[in-house]
Design a protein around this ligand. Structure first.
Ligand code: PMP
Ligand code: GLN
Length: 378
């Protein structure tokens, strides 16, 4: 039997979780909160179970939740998606991303991926015979080099994957970046896969530049979002995909046979919870305060940083502390000092190592202060 993904290495999240657990370390590695979800949301989920929403939901998601998603998108980004034909509820953003790739990528299709990149995209593309074309972005601002982008476009380019706010760098794409992409893709049949799971975590008064805001991108895009990331419920594995009708038809052909439908009680709870926009609008301030608390706690350390503009990840550089490769530094920090982070080289092209670790600041204040104490003693 020939592997479809030869040489695929174990996920860095699994690796760091295991080291962290063995060492009894504070875990700021994998991206999930260490505080509970809103009790109101938990209550809504329990009520849905009690009320008997325990059988299959409709294939594309319950209609009222799709309506709520469409309304939110229209209000925030001025884009109208029809709940019947252009919105599908998925098992997290992961299943939305995978399904969009499975529905559209054929052997030999080239897919542009900006590095560092979340580790999902490349294996999913390769599993369908696609060829990832990797464009490395450089810190501290991780801006897209449009000359390199133009040079990477070929007759085989089928898709561009973007992720804003960006995991792992914590940067966001600007309106100008989106317009540059829109201009370049005009008149082509290149698709866009837009991973916007951190859409509600954008700081310092900036606005999230959803693909949905740009008609020339929207018409060719799958937009993927995550209730897990937005509402601190990563374990519920719920999210959604938005796409124009023709693309969504193809998406649903895969969705139907990969999963058919998503947790029914969770969808009931989310539908009611979305009725109050404060539930997502207040997240920017909530998480910005966490970022600032974490940065204050590391201000007197020897780590270097540019404050994250979005997401719940902060990169810290240890160039002034050690010359060790980042995987080794991350392991030593977890085992000897009791704090786990993610080495960034695993997300880079050719494992480029800038001696930076990623830390998740979606944590209780006391966890962030403790992490700051540990980092200040390194
Ligand atoms: N995309 C990015 C950039 C992420 O960080 C994550 C969460 N780890 C996902 C997708 C997956 O989201 P979900 O948990 O909803 O599947
Ligand atoms: N998205 C999360 C992160 O970047 C982890 C998800 C996963 O474990 N695959 O940390």
């Amino acid at each position: 039997f020939e592997s479809k993904l030869p040489g695929l290495e174990p996920s860095i999240f699994g690796v760091m979780n295991r080291i962290s657990l063995d060492a009894g370390a504070l875990n700021l590695a994998q991206g999930f909160p260490d505080f509970g979800a809103d009790p109101e949301l938990i209550r809504l989920h329990s009520e849905a179970l009690e009320e008997g929403y325990n059988q299959y939901a409709p294939m594309s998601g319950i209609y009222s939740l799709r309506e709520a998603i469409a309304e939110k998108t229209e209000t925030l980004y001025g884009a109208s998606y029809h709940p019947e034909t252009e919105v599908t509820v998925t098992a997290g953003a992961t299943q939305a991303l995978y399904t969009a790739i499975a529905a559209t990528i054929r052997p030999g299709d080239e897919v542009i991926v900006f590095k560092p990149a979340y580790d999902h995209y490349e294996p999913s593309v390769k599993a369908h015979g696609g060829v990832p074309v990797l464009l490395q972005l450089q810190g501290p601002d991780f801006r897209i080099d449009w000359v390199a982008f133009d040079a990477a476009l070929t007759a085989s380019t089928r898709m561009v994957i973007i992720n804003t706010p960006h995991n792992p760098s914590g940067t966001v794409l600007s309106r100008e970046d989106m317009e540059m992409l829109e201009t370049r893709l005009r008149g082509t049949n290149i698709l866009v896969l837009s991973d916007e799971v951190y859409e509600h975590l954008v700081f310092d008064g900036q606005e999230h530049q959803s693909v949905a805001r740009f008609p020339g991108l929207r018409e060719r895009a799958f937009v993927c979002a995550s209730f897990g990331k937005t509402f601190h419920i990563t374990g519920w594995k719920t999210g959604y995909c938005l796409a124009p009708e023709l693309l969504m038809q193809e998406f649903r052909k895969i969705h139907e046979f990969a999963i058919f439908c998503v947790s029914h009680p969770a969808q009931r709870a989310l539908k009611t919870y979305l009725e109050n926009p404060d539930h997502y609008l207040e997240l920017n301030d909530f998480m910005q305060r966490k970022r600032d608390l974490f940065l204050e706690a590391v201000a007197s350390s020897r780590f270097t940083f540019t404050p994250a503009a979005g997401t719940y990840f902060q990169l810290l550089g240890y160039q002034d502390i050690s010359e060790a490769p980042d995987t080794e530094f991350a392991e030593t920090l977890a085992r000897d000092k009791g704090l786990a982070g993610i080495p960034i080289s695993v997300f880079n092209r050719n494992r480029q190592d800038n001696r930076q670790l990623r830390f998740c600041f979606a944590k209780k204040d006391e966890t962030l202060k403790r992490a700051g104490e540990i980092l200040s003693q390194v």
